[in-house]
Design a protein around this ligand. Sequence first.
Ligand code: SF4
Ligand code: SF4
Length: 111
Amino acid sequence: MILNDLKYIARDLASAPKDIVGRFARVPGIRAIVRQERCTGCSACVKKSFCRFGAIKVEDKKATVDDERCRGCGRCTHLCKREAFSLEVRPPRMVTEALRRIDNGITGLMK
Ligand code: SF4
Ligand code: SF4
C-alpha cells in the first residue's frame, strides 16, 4: 500500500517542474537505496536534472545515496534505466499520513 502510493508520487515528481520538486519536504522513515548489482556506474544519476537534492554520487563505478540529503521523493526510482534505485520504507503511520499530504500537495500544484 505505502510502496504503491510512493510509486505514484515518484512518477509525478519525475516529471514535475523543479520549483515544485524543491518544495518536497523530507518524509520521515523513507530513503532511497541503490541495488548495487543493478548499477553499471553510468553516472547518469549525478547529473543535476536527476536528483534535485544532490543526494547521489558515483565512486568506483557504483552509485550511493547520501541519507542526509535524500528526501525520499522517489524520483530516482523512475529515472535510472537500470532500475537500480528503490525506496526503503519503515512504515509507521506517520509515513502514510505524510505521503497523503504530499500527494494532495502535488496534485494541487499541478492543476
Ligand atoms: S544508479 Fe543507475 S543511473 Fe546511477 S550510475 Fe547506477 S545505473 Fe547509472
Ligand atoms: S529519493 Fe532519489 S531523487 Fe529523491 S532525494 Fe533521494 S536520492 Fe534524490
